[in-house]
Design a protein around this ligand. Structure first.
Ligand SMILES: Cc1ncc(COP(=O)(O)O)c(C=O)c1O
Length: 396
């Protein structure tokens, strides 16, 4: 059981009373005190003794961030690269793989793919002649794994899907997709940006080769932090699309040598305060327990989904057999952004999600801008009910 009182007492936005009912964790969650302190302490040290000396003095602590992230997802520290966000993590893996794509190669993706990933697929398709094919959904709205299996042939060079899409509550059956990828030995890039921090993540069980994630969402870390996992067996064959002398030391006048570990996807300069904050956020989540976090996220979002579903005029837009802590909905009379602004004025923070962030899904379902409410384990039942009450009270 999570100690909600303690957790809330360790969350400055809640203690100060400045964040109100904060239900925007798929945007950027409230940091725990520990993540804030880790960053502030590092910045203070940089100010006192200089950035290079601070990194040297804190080297052990900063290096431990790799081990923390690895523990979070059941990987090894040398399979982790720390980067500035999930998009860079994903791009490093994707554009690295894409160096080998030829005309006619096939990239399989899913209906709810995120805009940042999809435009990169489009660019590479244009450049390389590879084709993008979208695996259809099953009746519940998640990727149809049987259809994926039927689409496999020797020209499939990548399966790239999003586990928890930016809206729509969905959790794609990422491990079942991994089963198909493993069975056919096809590289599998999983966007886990919105899964980490709210769900148990085990890259071995997921069967993915590459996994990208961000710090600021459900992990409760700082903005501008993220990570990439690359399975060790793939690492040696995956060239970063661009390198510097950290990723690949300049070993002779005409030669460089790529690092053997996943840090080949990093560059030399980094925001060490953000790294320290990410490490603290990951350690905090681990100390609470991801199974406990996941159970509470599911129970709070089920409460919200159920409550909103009973409000006249509300359509909950979520998909999938096992929805996550992202609740998307529309009101028959009020546009999403108006609801978000009104809720903020009433002390409730939620977000909106545009159709062009998941264009394939939005077009298939004719979705307008959605309201996106994303609770986290630190929310109280009362905060969930406040949002339901606010929505129920909206009058034209
Ligand atoms: C599914 C998904 N993938 C990737 C990203 C990109 O993450 P970042 O902004 O950290 O690059 C987002 C951001 O909203 C997302 O929703």
């Amino acid at each position: 059981m999570l100690d909600l009182e303690k957790i809330r007492a360790e969350t400055p936005g809640i203690v100060l009373g400045t964040a109100g009912a904060y239900l925007h964790n798929a945007g950027a969650a409230l940091m725990p005190q520990a993540a804030l302190d880790a960053q502030k302490n590092h910045l203070d040290l940089e100010a006192r003794i200089g950035g290079y000396a601070a990194a040297t003095r804190e080297a052990q602590r900063l290096d431990a961030v790799y081990a923390s992230v690895a523990r979070l997802i059941n990987a090894a520290p040398d399979e982790i690269a720390l980067v500035e966000n999930a998009t860079v993590a994903w791009q490093m893996a994707f554009y690295g793989l894409a160096l080998t794509f030829k005309p006619g190669d096939r990239i399989l993706t899913a209906q709810a793919e995120y805009a940042a990933n999809y435009v990169a697929l489009l660019q590479i398709a244009k450049r390389s002649g590879a084709v993008i094919e979208v695996v259809p959904n099953d009746a519940t709205g998640q990727i149809d794994v049987a259809a994926l299996e039927r689409m496999i042939d020797s020209r499939v060079k990548l399966i790239a899907i999003t586990w928890v899409p930016t809206n729509g509550g969905l959790a794609n059956p990422a491990a079942a997709v991994g089963g198909v990828a493993r069975a056919h030995n096809i590289p599998y890039l999983l966007d886990g940006c919105q899964a980490v921090g709210q769900m148990v993540v085990d890259v071995v069980q997921l069967g993915c080769d590459m996994f990208s994630a961000t710090g600021r969402k459900f992990l409760r870390g700082p903005r501008g932090s993220g990570f990439l996992y690359v399975r060790r067996a793939l690492l040696r064959n995956l060239e970063p699309p661009m390198i510097d002398h950290f990723a690949a030391p300049w070993v002779a006048r005409d030669a460089y040598e790529l690092r053997a570990d996943a840090r080949r996807f990093e560059s030399w300069e980094n925001n060490y305060a953000a790294r320290a904050g990410l490490g603290a956020a990951v350690d905090y989540a681990l100390s609470l327990g991801l199974p406990q976090i996941e159970a509470r996220c599911r129970s709070l979002s089920a409460r919200l989904r159920q409550g909103l579903g009973l409000v006249p005029g509300i359509t909950v837009r979520d998909l999938g057999a096992s929805p996550t802590a992202i609740v998307s909905f529309t009101h028959e009379r009020f546009p999403a952004r108006e609801i978000v602004t009104g809720a903020l004025a009433a002390g409730i923070t939620i977000g909106a999600s545009d159709p062009d962030s998941t264009r394939l899904d939005a077009e298939a379902r004719a979705l307008p801008v959605l309201v996106r409410a994303s609770p986290h384990y630190y929310n109280s039942e009362d905060e969930i009910d406040r949002l339901i009450g606010y929505i129920a009270g909206l009058k034209a």
